[in-house]
Design a protein around this ligand. Structure first.
Ligand SMILES: C[S@@+](CC[C@H](N)C(=O)[O-])C[C@H]1O[C@@H](n2cnc3c(N)ncnc32)[C@H](O)[C@@H]1O
Length: 216
């Protein structure tokens, strides 16, 4: 999500905010002991934070950390968090290529990838958040039975990810080819809608979703 940098962003990010983690590397291997919560969820490419905040509200006993590389988008999410009473939601503004500096081995329970940029050009495959080197890092920070949950509107990206997760020793446990279909409505109420997802729901486009579990 590219948004022109807004004037308020730089001074805003210089201030302290309850959800903003400025130096995530200082929390490596200490997320759960510092915040004293249950499962550690990490959303990568969190955008303006709707999913992160709504899931944190729905699951107050868990720890919800979001990571987003674009400063303006991240600042919007951190600002949005002021409207909610949450003590279990934290935001990092940085690039996913640095996650092993922020999370230790076997520290994360569940990674969420929501509507990741598809980067359709072959020459850009390394930028996809489900390319080999990212999955390598996910393996390192995930617990031995940790999970990856991915939602996307993009069929090509979904197929690419299915193959890659399988090759990198993740077992597909659940798959949905039309996640917001009325049939699943009851289950899906447990899963918050992201900003991008709402656009595709409005366009009546199918949402693909997969849940993979790490295996040895
Ligand atoms: C298409 S948007 C989706 C945003 C949100 N997850 C949603 O579903 O509405 C993808 C987001 O991932 C972020 N992103 C892409 N590559 C990233 C990376 N390497 N590290 C962190 N964030 C990244 C982009 O800046 C953008 O905000």
């Amino acid at each position: 999500m590219r948004i022109r940098k807004k004037k308020w962003v730089e001074p805003f990010l210089k201030l302290d905010h309850p959800t903003y983690i400025k130096e995530p590397e200082t929390l490596i291997n200490q997320w759960q002991s510092t915040f004293n919560k249950g499962f550690l969820h990490l959303e990568i490419g969190a955008g303006k934070g709707d999913y992160w905040l709504n899931m944190a509200r729905q699951h107050p006993q868990a720890l919800w950390v979001a990571l987003e590389k674009e400063e303006t988008v991240g600042a919007m999410a951190i600002r949005k968090a002021y409207a909610f009473d949450v003590d279990n939601a934290f935001f990092i503004i940085d690039d996913a290529s640095r996650i092993t500096e922020f999370f230790g081995e076997h520290e994360v329970d569940i990674i969420h990838l929501n509507f990741s940029d598809p980067w359709p050009k072959k020459s850009h495959w390394r930028r996809r958040l489900s390319s080999e080197s990212y999955i390598d890092d996910y393996r390192k920070i995930l617990k031995p039975d940790g999970k990856i949950i991915m939602k996307t509107d993009n069929r090509q990206l979904f197929e690419y990810s299915l193959v890659n997760f399988n090759q990198q020793r993740f077992t597909l446990e659940e798959v949905y080819l039309d996640f917001r279909d009325a049939y699943y409505e009851k289950i899906n109420k447990l899963d918050a809608i992201t900003e991008y997802e709402q656009r595709f729901i409005d366009l009546e486009q199918p949402i693909y979703r997969g849940i993979w579990r790490k295996h040895a």
